[in-house]
Design a protein around this ligand. Structure first.
Ligand code: FAD
Length: 515
């Protein structure tokens, strides 16, 4: 028999198995019955001075054993119907894994390199400011997800889909904690081996993964996809193509414009990445508790409205590092990651201002938001010495409009150039950021310190372009082409991208089954 129980404990008690067992026994009045239990949900309630852990358990009686995490059940697809998947990010990989379950043969084309070779390009980017346009923090095996922070929470409400995506992460090597924690996190150090395990399974079952294989054109006949061109020459025939190229594949958006295929400018958000000492954030969020072995490094989530516009914290990384995420020379971009232990001394987060096509009435092209994004990235590159250093400013100096005399240590490896960001960022961004940061300073006492540093820009928050699709998930101008996940504007983050990848593959399967 399965019972469920919820209660609150202190952080210490939540890690004490004997305490938990006794508490469950007492609360459920189990006497001396034999039982086993497993965590169902775990979250931190730090709203009051005394921090509590919300615990939820499943309890199994009558000798019933704890059920295993549902397994991933692939088929042998060596000789099955092929589906081309462009991009090996979370969307592409999960579409491929779903194909294995459904009995379809996934063939992935990825412009970048495999995880291990990619790591060398990241080292060059960090140490020598050399941007490889095909292999960087956004491009390569596993996409932007591989060297990302690996936070796995999503605003998506589809609990069943989220659960399945999380279970697959566990199947390929993540710990079962991600099935329980309210804010699950894998960490940059652990993601690459999970991605490799997914690739090995795809190959073992008969799928294919091609690296250094950039899709440079689509071939269509009578409004229906018939093939893809790889690296400018090799044309391969496919009846079904999933396009999961992410928000940074600008050449794909430009190709759509050239082909006159429907495309729309999409609202996104742009701003800066702020870095504080992690110890300060812990102190603010945990009522002064510092270096507490029973609590994870603290995070925050901030949101406000300024001049009718949303400004919010984005992808907050406790114990993290700010990474150079440009995808070509002549631009700078920041984002953040953290290792599984989140044990770096810094806390960083994007603080971003919502923008939309209505902000650029002079630019009526579908690339209006992308053009704005690119201009800001290029201007920041110029302002910081035309390498991968980023323009930076202390928080209070930014609010008061003066260039910082010096800058504290940063986790951003290529380095910083002291700059008045009010002069580099467009007024639309700088003014709304300033007002929002002042508001955040009031909401989180201690946040407003001149030891915090703004790194500019945080610009790849989501896609600035939407590739439309019909109800059957196909592009309105090209049948059997499935615009997918973040790049097409249908996902934001690892889990929602993974879910959209599965969804596109399901749709192809349904179409095939109906014919
Ligand atoms: C540093 C960093 C930290 C992040 N942290 C988090 C986090 O903690 N939690 C979270 O949910 N999200 C995080 N994200 C965002 C997350 O990684 C993305 O939302 C997610 O990866 C999007 O998945 P996707 O499959 O749609 O696209 P992507 O992951 O962008 O994958 C697209 C793939 O397509 C390939 N590609 C592009 N063009 C072509 C082409 N023409 N031909 C062939 N291949 C092509 C690219 O090389 C890439 O591999 C982070 C991102 C970064 C960069």
């Amino acid at each position: 028999m399965l019972l469920k129980i919820q209660f609150q404990t202190t952080p210490e008690q939540a890690k004490d198995q004997v305490f938990l067992e006794n508490k469950i026994r007492k609360e459920l009045k189990l006497g001396d019955a034999n039982f086993s239990f497993k965590w169902n949900r775990r979250s931190i309630d730090a709203r009051k001075k005394e921090i509590k852990i919300n615990c939820s358990f499943e309890v199994f009686l009558d000798g019933e054993s704890i059920p295993d995490v549902p397994s991933f059940l692939p088929k042998n697809v060596h000789s099955e119907k092929a589906v081309a998947i462009v991009g090996s990010g979370p969307a592409g990989l999960f579409a491929a894994l779903r194909a294995l379950e459904l009995g379809l043969k996934p063939i992935i084309f990825e412009r970048g390199k495999d995880v291990r070779s990619r790591r060398r390009d990241l080292a060059k980017l960090n140490k020598e400011s050399i941007v490889n346009p095909e292999s960087n923090y956004c491009f390569g095996e596993g996409g932007a997800g591989t060297y990302s922070d690996g936070k796995l929470y999503t605003r998506s409400k589809k609990r069943g889909d989220i659960q399945r995506a999380l279970e697959w992460f566990v199947h390929f090597g993540a710990t079962e904690d991600i099935l329980v924690d309210a804010h699950p996190h894998i960490g940059t150090n652990k993601l690459p081996q999970i991605i490799v395990a997914m690739r090995e399974e795809i190959l073992r079952c008969g799928g294919e993964v091609h690296f250094n294989a950039k899709v440079t054109d689509f071939v269509s006949v009578d409004g229906k996809i018939s093939g893809i061109e790889i690296n400018g020459s090799n044309v391969l025939s496919f009846e079904y193509v999933i396009l999961a190229t992410g928000h940074s594949a600008r050449d794909i958006f430009e190709l759509f414009v050239k082909k006159n295929w429907a495309l729309e400018a999409k609202p996104f958000a742009l701003g800066v990445r702020i870095e504080h000492a992690q110890s300060l954030i812990d102190k603010i969020q945990y009522s002064g508790r510092l270096n507490d072995e029973f609590l994870p490094p603290a995070s925050y989530s901030l949101v406000t409205q300024v001049n009718g516009r949303g400004v919010y914290s984005f992808c907050m990384c406790p114990g993290g590092i700010i990474a150079p995420c440009a995808t070509s020379d002549g631009e700078v971009v920041t984002n953040g990651w953290s290792p599984s232990k989140r044990n770096n001394p810094y806390a960083n987060s994007g603080i971003v201002v919502s923008v939309g096509p209505e902000d650029f009435p002079h630019d009526t092209s579908p690339l209006a938001c992308l053009n704005f994004q690119r201009e800001v990235e290029q201007k920041c590159w110029e302002a910081a010495g035309k390498n991968q250093q980023v323009p930076a400013q202390r928080l209070v100096d930014f609010i008061e409009g003066r260039k910082s005399k010096d800058l504290p240590e940063t986790s951003y490896q290529p380095g910083l150039t002291s700059t008045d960001l009010n002069a580099v960022l467009p007024p639309l961004i700088a003014e709304n950021l300033r007002l929002a940061l002042m508001d955040f300073g009031k909401k989180l006492y201690g946040f407003m310190t001149n030891d915090a540093v703004l790194h500019a820009p945080e610009s790849r928050t989501s896609s600035p372009v939407q590739i439309p699709r019909n109800e059957d998930l196909q592009h309105p101008d090209v049948k059997n082409l499935y615009p997918c996940a973040e790049g097409a504007g249908y996902a934001g983050g690892i889990i929602s991208a993974a879910i959209d990848g599965m969804k596109c593959m399901d749709e192809i399967y349904n179409t095939l089954s109906a014919t």
